[in-house]
Design a protein around this ligand. Structure first.
Ligand code: APR
Ligand code: ZN
Ligand code: ZN
Length: 368
C-alpha cells in the first residue's frame, strides 16, 4: 500500500510503497478513505513533537472501512465504516475502567503515542525497516492497522470524507467546549485562532448555547468562515494591537470563556487576560516543548481558571457518535470545514497550505 512517509523533519513527505503485516489479536486493518491534515501533523513535520521519530507515516484524522480483523476482535467487522480515534487507551488501567480514557497513561498508551503496538512492534515496514504510524493512526496512507480500542464504528451513510474530521479537529474543538470548559447556555466566548480546530470551538460554543461568540484570527477569510459557523463577532488580529482590550471593549468585564487554538504561549496570556472574574481559559493549541505560559498573577488570584487539554477531553466511543448525530440533524457543519481535497500524491501541498494558514482543512482522498 502507499503511504506518505516523513523520513526527516522539514523535508517533503515521500509517497512510498509500504509493507503491511496481518493483524494480530485485537487488531484491525482499515482501508482508509480520507484523512484530514491537522496542524499537529505540521508540528510533527517540523520535528516539534517529542514522541515522533522518523521514519513515520503522518496523519491522525482518518476514516475508512474495516478490511480485516485479527483474532478476538468483536466490536467491528469487515465492511464497517470507522473513524480512527486520536488515542488508543489500554482499557485496563484505573483511568480506563472509570471511563476516563483520555488520562490513560499505561505502557500501552505510551507505545500508542509512539506508533507502536503494546508489544512494542509495528505492522508497517519499509524495505524491511520498521515504520511507525503517527499516534498509532498514520492515516495519510491507504491502509492503517490499529488496535480495536482506537476505532469507533459510525453509521453507514455518513460520507467518510467528512467523518474523518471527527478523528481530531472536530472532536478536539467541540470537546474543548462541551467536555473541558463545559460552556453554559447564554454565556460569552472568545476563540483566538479559527483554523481547522478553532472553527469547531466556534461550532461547539454555538451548540452549547453561547449567545456571544467572538472569533479572532489574523486572516479575514477565517473570520468569514467563523461567522458562517456561529460567531457573532469577528476581530481581525493585527500585530501590536491589544487584543484583550479589544475583547473587553466588546464584552465589558471580560468573557466567560476564552479558548486559545493556535499553540502560542503569548496568545494563551491574551486569552486569559480577556476573561471576566471567575472566567475559564482553555489552551487547546499545543505549545512547543519547553515553552512557558505566563499569566497575570492577580487575575489568576481572582478565581479564574486556566485549563489545558489534549484532544478536547473526548471519550471517542461516546463523543464521535454524538458528533455524527449532530451532523445528521444539521447542527454540526462539516462541509464548510473542508477547504480543499487532494489525492495522496499531492499531500505536500496540504502542508504548504497549513504553513501559510490558507483555508481551514485539507482532506486527502485516499481512494484516488
Ligand atoms: N492571532 C490570531 N490567530 C492566529 C494567530 C494570532 N497571533 N496566529 C495564527 N492564527 C490563526 C491562523 O490564521 C489559523 O487560522 O490560527 C489558526 C490556526 O489554525 P490551523 O493552522 O488550521 O491549525 P489547527 O489545525 O486548527 O490547530 C490549532 O490546535 O490541536 C492543536 O496542534 C494543534 O496547536 C494546534 C492548534
Ligand atoms: Zn490533530
Ligand atoms: Zn488505560
Amino acid at each position: 500500500m502507499r503511504a506518505a512517509v516523513m523520513h526527516e523533519p522539514n523535508r517533503p513527505l515521500v509517497i512510498e510503497e509500504v509493507d503491511v503485516e496481518s493483524p494480530k489479536a485485537g487488531e484491525v486493518v482499515v482501508e482508509l478513505a480520507a484523512s484530514g491534515v491537522c496542524r499537529s501533523d505540521l508540528h510533527a513535520w517540523h520535528g516539534r513533537t517529542a514522541f515522533i521519530t522518523p521514519p513515520v507515516v503522518l496523519g491522525h484524522e482518518g476514516a475508512g472501512i474495516v478490511a480485516e480483523v485479527g483474532p478476538g476482535v468483536t466490536g467491528v467487522a469487515k465492511g464497517d465504516p470507522v473513524v480512527i480515534a486520536l488515542y488508543g487507551p489500554c482499557g485496563q488501567c484505573g483511568e480506563c475502567r472509570t471511563g476516563d480514557v483520555t488520562r490513560c497513561w499505561s505502557e500501552t498508551r505510551v507505545h500508542n503515542m509512539h506508533g507502536r503496538m503494546p508489544d512494542g512492534t509495528t505492522r508497517l515496514s519499509l524495505g524491511g525497516r520498521p515504520l511507525t504510524p503517527m499516534v498509532g493512526a498514520g492515516t495519510l496512507a491507504e491502509i492503517a492497522v490499529v488496535r480495536e480500542a482506537q476505532l469507533v464504528k459510525i453509521d453507514r451513510g455518513i460520507p467518510l470524507g467528512l467523518a474523518c474530521l471527527a478523528g481530531c479537529g472536530v472532536t478536539t474543538g467541540v470537546g474543548a467546549v462541551l467536555n473541558v470548559a463545559q460552556v453554559r447556555v447564554g454565556s460569552s466566548v472568545v476563540v483566538i485562532g479559527c483554523g481547522g480546530v478553532g472553527l469547531n470551538v466556534v461550532q461547539g460554543a454555538r451548540i452549547a448555547g453561547a449567545t456571544r461568540i467572538l472569533a479572532c484570527d489574523t486572516q479575514s477569510e477565517k473570520l468569514d468562515l467563523a461567522a458562517d459557523l456561529g460567531a457573532t463577532d469577528g476581530l481581525l488580529v493585527r500585530e501590536g494591537e491589544d487584543l484583550a482590550e479589544a475583547i473587553r471593549g466588546l464584552v465589558p468585564g471580560g468573557v466567560d470563556y476564552a479558548f486559545e487554538v493556535i499553540g502560542r504561549p503569548e496568545v494563551v496570556r491574551t486569552a486569559f487576560a480577556s476573561t471576566r472574574i471567575g472566567g475559564t481559559t482553555v489552551m487547546v493549541g499545543s505549545p512547543a516543548p519547553g515553552s512557558e505560559i505566563a499569566v497575570d498573577g492577580r487575575m489568576l488570584f481572582s478565581d479564574r481558571r486556566l485549563l489545558g487539554t489534549t484532544g478536547g477531553g473526548n471519550i471517542p466511543a461516546r463523543d464521535i457518535p454524538r458528533l455524527m448525530q449532530l451532523y445528521r440533524t444539521g447542527r454540526l457543519e462539516l462541509e464548510r470545514l473542508v477547504s480543499q481535497r487532494l489525492p495522496l500524491a499531492r499531500v505536500n501541498e496540504a502542508f504548504t497550505a497549513l504553513e501559510r494558514g490558507e483555508g481551514a482543512r485539507t482532506v486527502i482522498d485516499l481512494r484516488s
